[in-house]
Design a binder for this molecule. Sequence first.
Ligand SMILES: [Zn+2]
Length: 381
Amino acid sequence: MFNRREFFKNASIIGRAVSTKWLVVVVCMLATEALYGQAKSKTENVVLITLDGFRWQEVFNGGDSAFMRQQQHLKDGKLKEKYWRNNLQERRNALLPFFWNTLAVKGQLYGNRIEGCKVNVTNNQWFSYPGYNEILTGSADNERIHSNDKFYNPNTNVLEFINSQPAFKGKVAAFSSWDVFPYIINDKRNQIFVSAGLTEAKGEKLSERERTLNDLMTTIPNPLGDVRLDAFTFHLGLEYMKKSKPRVMYFAFDETDDFAHAGEYGAYLNAANYTDRFIGMLWNYIQSDPKYKDKTSMIITCDHGRGPGLEDWKHHGQKIAEADQIWMAVIGPDTPPSGEVKGECQYYQNQVAKTLAALLGLEYKNERPVGDSIRPMLGMK
Ligand SMILES: [Zn+2]
């Protein structure tokens, strides 16, 4: 016969046993998380992308009308038509459609200082090599890294840390427009595959597309000298990804900085707009290849900011106020889609390296002290 009282007594004991068991499991999970700094991640691959000296002002506000007016007499008469909209949302969408239609919806965007969210570099140099050193090593080094000269970086970086893990050996690669990257990454020391500057695709089994890219790259006038145009860096890198399936890929784009130094605001905006398109194409590829789909995160940032005014936006470096202000974006299976981060926050460039490794479930360490991982990017409070 069904004994009601007995049943509830037993149910209560079982319930307590079950909840105690779950409590133990939860405590263990929390302890593991506290110990290793992250929960188990879904991310198996990471793509790091940088846009050299691209200002947070354009990321969050779109093209600036005063800057555009100054440019009207220059080459691009359609500048306003392409990038000016009275409405802020429409304006930034026009410049960076992938950022605002995808990253801001499915990922996270940091650095809109108007909304209170600040991102800064910690090095005191505010130019490229020190910025890339900080991104890749997780630590500013003002004593040793204070020029853009081609010298091999004495600091080890997160790319080689990952490449030294058995599961990632030989699966880390970098494609950069600027030819100083082999030195910044120090490919001589760590054997990471770096395709930089006017380097063609090499190897026996070149795809038709790679052969065409090689032909074009060496026969088109290049306004940037030794710097490879970003379109070649992107398409050659994408071909490499399709063939070699790296687990960590770094794209370092450059045109934004070159055109800014030349004072060509229109070309600077176009470069940002093209790069946004490249990143969108890359994300589409990632989400179409079973090797990458739903298990790949992208981190996007820049090496330094630039001045805020009509003249000093062209420049950066220690003497240019606010050139230490940067931005960051992230998208991937472990990153909650909180979009544009609003409200007080302060993050630093030296946090990228540890965050990148943490997305892969690795705890990055360096001989120098490194910035902490950015917890919200990992879905943690
Ligand atoms: Zn520069």
